[in-house]
Design a protein around this ligand. Structure first.
Ligand SMILES: [Zn+2]
Length: 85
């Protein structure tokens, strides 16, 4: 199960692994693309990005998501993202 912030719901939602649409392994962490029940596509970061201080985690998460977004064949442009907490 994943707890992620959904921009359409405007709150955190609990989603099962069945909602995972793609997994991207980057140098800064694993980016999981999840589809919410309302259709919102959310990127969240896990794995190596969760090591270190809060500032390190935030930086790693931003870099991991940026790396995935630079690969336009993997993520449509309208996919949102969730911050790591
Ligand atoms: Zn939602």
């Amino acid at each position: 199960m994943f707890t992620v912030f959904c921009p359409r719901h405007g709150t955190r939602v609990l989603l099962s692994e069945r909602r995972v649409r793609a997994v991207h392994n980057t140098a800064d962490g694993i980016v999981v693309e999840i589809e919410c029940h309302d259709g919102a596509r959310i990127l969240t970061v896990t794995g190596r990005a969760l090591d270190g201080s809060a500032a390190d985690r935030a930086t790693s998460a931003r870099r991991a998501i940026a790396a995935v977004r630079r690969a336009p064949h993997t993520v449509p442009p309208d996919v949102g993202h969730a911050s790591v907490s």
